[in-house]
Design a protein around this ligand. Structure first.
Ligand code: MG
Length: 360
């Protein structure tokens, strides 16, 4: 495919309810969309980065590096497969979300050229996926329980994830575990610390572990490989790594060190769908379950994530909160609707399988 044109769109969406994590409170989501024309087809990709607490790659940083470096490397290029994009952009270190956005648009086009859905094009094996819910940090345990109960009105939820940070952890988890035991006894519960703890918090983390968690996601700093391995030796719950895993090499290192027993895969965090598939393949061969994380994507990024999560190793529920629920509207028309049983259909139309509609 010969890349004829790349247009970037910068968009701000306002959360219906501000969402708090250990990094701070999210009021709006800034995003970039790439609209790529190649071979008479149009493909779309979404920049799904976050603020500086998550990564240096803020929306302003991505916008700058895209215009000054990444777009000139791709404009006019001829590629035979989207898995060539990463090598084309390798002269720029980092900026995985920007690179993943461009690669996503080319995966969309490549699947369209093949006349297949993206899921089928990458070897997906399931037509539906199970979603979990993710609850931001609430002011007190009663508010956390109320938020969980409001989200569990939707059918088919596969697990509950609580965002935690020091001081907003044990009482919240205990209250939710108590509420779940009464109303949803079989529903798995997990926590995500977004790197807010240190090994000196071992006592707290052990007490969290006593709540029989599906996993404890990213308890320690992103580069705390050895401490994660040490911590895992003290916990029954599997540690899941998110922020730590930014490449296949890091996934290999994490598993070799025993730093985790579950891996969260986000195409943007690892630099593209090709890298995401490679990490999936490696973990699947090693018997390590993976799941697809979310970055508050619109339906464009979500369609890509659903295709990824249709691969056989994605055996745990993922974060696929619909944009309508987060922002009140979506950038695709029609929006992706859940099945009556609450599972999410993997888009079956050619390419990403969604129609982009910007503006009202
Ligand atoms: Mg996470």
């Amino acid at each position: 495919m010969n890349i004829e044109r790349i247009t970037l769109h910068r968009i701000e969406l306002r959360f219906k309810t501000p969402y708090a994590t250990s990094f701070g409170v999210h009021v709006t989501r800034q995003l970039i969309l790439a609209e790529v024309q190649a071979g008479g087809l149009t493909g779309w990709g979404e920049w799904a980065g976050d603020g500086p607490g998550y990564s240096y790659e803020t929306v302003d940083a991505a916008w700058l590096i895209l215009h000054s470096h990444l777009l000139p490397m791709l404009r006019g290029a001829t590629l035979t497969h989207p898995n060539e994009v990463a090598a084309r952009l390798a002269a720029v270190r980092g900026y995985p979300f920007a690179k993943a956005m461009l690669e996503a648009a080319l995966w969309d086009i490549a699947a369209q050229q093949a006349g297949q859905s993206l899921s089928r094009f990458i070897g997906g094996t399931r037509a539906t996926v199970v979603a979990g819910v993710s609850v931001g940090i609430q002011p007190d345990p009663a508010a956390t329980v109320a938020r969980v109960q409001s989200l569990l009105r939707y059918p088919g939820i596969g697990r509950v994830k609580l965002k935690i940070k020091p001081g907003h952890d044990l009482a919240h988890v205990a209250a939710v575990r108590h509420a779940l035991r009464r109303e949803w006894p079989d529903l798995p519960l997990m926590v995500d610390a977004n790197a807010a703890y240190a090994l000196t918090d071992l006592d707290t983390l052990r007490r969290l572990d006593a709540h029989h968690l599906l996993m404890i996601e990213q308890p320690l700093a992103a580069d705390d490989w050895l401490d994660h391995a040490e911590l895992q030796r003290h916990l029954r719950s599997p540690i899941c790594l998110d922020e730590s895993i930014t490449s296949l090499a890091q996934a290999k290192a994490a598993l070799a060190l025993g730093a985790c027993r579950v891996v969260n895969i986000k195409p943007g965090r690892v630099g593209g769908l090709s890298a995401a598939i490679a990490i999936h393949d490696f973990c699947h061969a090693a018997g390590i379950p993976v799941w697809c994380g979310g970055m508050f994507e619109t339906g464009i990024g979500r369609a890509l994530n659903l295709a990824l999560a249709s691969l056989p190793g994605f055996t745990l529920p993922g974060d696929f909160a619909p944009a309508q629920r987060l922002f009140g509207h979506d950038l695709i028309d029609p929006p992706l609707e859940a099945n009556p049983d609450g599972t999410l259909p993997v888009p079956s139309g050619v390419g990403l399988g969604v129609r982009v509609r910007l503006g009202d």
